[in-house]
Design a protein around this ligand. Structure first.
Ligand code: THU
Length: 136
C-alpha cells in the first residue's frame, strides 16, 4: 500500500496516465508522477521541457508544486514515478531534495517487469538536509 487504502499499483497507473501529457520535445523521455498527500489527495504532474533546455521541469516537482497550490501544509505520504521509456525511472537529485522538503515517506517505481517497487524515502536520500535544520 502506498498509504492506507491506496495500492501502489494505483499510483503507478496514475503516473503512467499523466506521463502521456508530457511535453518533452528535447529528450523524448516522458515522465509522470503521482503523489498521495498525508490528507489523502492524489496529485499528478508530468515533465515539461523548454527550447531553453535548462528550464525543463521534472514530473515530480510539477506534482509537488501543484500539491502546495491546492492546499498549503500538505506533506507527501508517497510518490510514484513512471518513465514511459525506462523502468525503473528514479527521481533525479534535485527532485529528491524537493520531495525531502515536504517529508516524503515512500517512493514507488516500476521494476523491470513492470511490478511496483516501494522504497523508503530515507534510502534514496540518506543523511539529508531539511527545513528543520534551519531552526525557527
Ligand atoms: N525527468 C523527470 O521528469 N524526472 C526525473 O526525476 C528524471 C528526469 C525528466 C526531465 C527531462 O524532461 C527528461 O526527464 C530527461 O531528463
Amino acid at each position: 500500500m502506498a498509504s492506507p487504502g491506496i495500492p501502489a499499483a494505483t499510483l503507478i497507473d496514475r503516473a503512467r496516465d499523466v506521463a502521456r501529457h508530457s511535453y518533452s520535445p528535447s529528450s523524448h523521455f516522458p515522465v509522470g508522477a503521482a503523489l498521495i498527500s498525508d490528507t489523502g489527495e492524489i496529485i499528478t504532474g508530468c515533465n515539461v521541457e523548454n527550447a531553453a533546455y535548462g528550464e525543463a521541469i521534472c514530473a515530480e516537482r510539477n506534482a509537488v508544486t501543484t500539491m502546495i497550490a491546492q492546499a498549503a501544509g500538505q506533506t507527501i505520504a508517497a510518490i510514484a514515478i513512471v518513465g514511459l521509456k525506462a523502468a525503473p525511472c528514479w527521481p533525479c537529485g534535485a527532485c529528491r531534495q524537493v520531495l525531502r522538503e515536504f517529508n516524503c515517506q515512500k517512493v514507488i517505481v516500476e521494476g523491470e517487469g513492470g511490478e511496483p517497487a516501494t522504497l523508503a524515502f530515507s534510502d534514496l536520500l540518506p543523511h539529508s538536509f531539511g527545513p528543520e535544520a534551519l531552526g525557527s
